[in-house]
Ligand binder design. Structure first.
Ligand SMILES: Nc1ncnc2c1ncn2[C@@H]1O[C@H](COP(=O)(O)OP(=O)(O)O)[C@@H](O)[C@H]1O
Ligand SMILES: [Mg+2]
Length: 319
């Protein structure tokens, strides 16, 4: 059993409207596999259906159709629930509990004994960067960042094998984002699987072994980041000088994507493997190499190109 999560044709319709209800498809036939031991980024603009997917996986919503398994078990498995952790997008905890009481409560709920909890709770608070003075303070006095850290500790209290985090960096300052990033890396290094959603590319780019990109309820891409980037772009620019207009024309006729540029001539090749042959042709025509560089092609470009249109759908609740 090497899969942490298997999702097959998962679909969710919501009924909207009041007097005349009509179904709206929010998740449309999502099929996805997440191997064990990776950090998996579930990426998409606001409204893409990420939270809905997580709620379906957590058994908080019922799918319209389709199935999913976690750790090889069906979603209905109670034993499986004790082996996973979940940080909701908006965690509403009971305000009058202290952080320590909250963790103790969730720990007992998932079957962790008191002795283990007494040791683990301060450890967890330490790793999420919650100050010791806050352990026994009521949650209603916590800032958004402190609540997010407490929520992360809560998601880890049963030492889960798979951790589901819905926008774990939201509401955190740069230092907090960094801490969460290190924490997620630490979870993976301990052999666990992390499935986290984000609408922020840089968080995903910095962390993930594999990603899935969701837009308007549909899977756009899935795979390793480097594969996706190689498939999508990854163009290289070669700048050469010393070519006459005549030579330029001949190279173009030979199938080289070459154009005049202020510094001489610019050759575009689709992949690194094609640099040598393009360069050889340019040299044979009298050109001299100035530079070879990768055109800016990050996931950001890809994201803007593919799903940029979804950006206008920001809901007020999202940061
Ligand atoms: N309970 C609900 N009833 C109706 N529509 C919903 C409900 N929950 C979410 N939606 C809609 O489903 C879409 C996907 O939402 P969500 O899963 O929260 O996206 P994401 O987490 O990617 O931002 C949005 O258009 C949202 O308005
Ligand atoms: Mg969401």
């Amino acid at each position: 059993m090497t899969k942490a999560i298997e999702i097959a044709e998962l679909t969710k319709d919501f009924e909207i409207g009041f007097l005349r209800k009509r179904p709206v498809r929010v998740l449309d036939g999502l099929t996805l596999e997440v191997p064990k031991g990776v950090i998996f980024g579930f990426l998409g603009p606001n409204g893409a259906g990420k939270t809905t997917t997580l709620k379906l996986l957590m058994g908080l919503l019922r799918p319209t159709s389709g199935t999913a398994r976690i750790l090889g078990e069906p979603l209905s498995s109670v034993a499986m629930r004790a082996r996973i952790g979940y940080l909701p997008e908006q965690a509403y905890f009971y305000d009058y509990l202290t952080a320590r009481e909250l963790l103790h409560y969730y720990g007992r709920l998932t079957g962790v004994d008191d002795v283990t909890l007494a040791r683990r709770i301060p450890e967890l608070f330490g790793s999420v960067g919650l100050e010791e003075s806050a352990f026994d303070r009521q949650l209603r006095k916590f800032s958004k960042g402190m609540l997010q850290r407490t929520g992360l500790a809560q998601a880890l209290v049963n030492d889960p094998e798979v951790v589901f985090l819905d926008e774990p960096m939201s509401g955190l300052d740069p230092i907090g984002r960094r801490q969460v990033r290190d924490l997620i890396l630490g979870i993976r290094d301990a052999g666990k699987t992390v499935f986290f959603s984000s609408h922020i590319l840089s968080d995903v780019e910095a962390l993930c072994d594999e990603v899935a990109i969701l837009n308007q309820g549909r899977l756009v891409e899935t795979g390793s980041l480097s594969d996706i980037l190689n498939r999508r772009g990854g163009q290289l620019e070669i700048v050469v000088t010393g070519l006459s207009d005549d030579a330029l024309g001949r190279l173009r006729a030979d199938g080289v994507d070459i154009s005049k540029s202020p510094g001489g001539a610019l050759i575009l090749v689709p992949s690194e493997a094609m640099v040598e042959s393009a360069l050889a042709k340019a040299r044979a025509a009298g050109g001299r190499l100035i530079s070879v560089s990768q055109t800016r092609s990050s996931l950001e470009d890809f994201f803007m190109r593919e799903v940029g249109s979804g950006e206008g759908k920001d809901s007020p609740a999202d940061s």
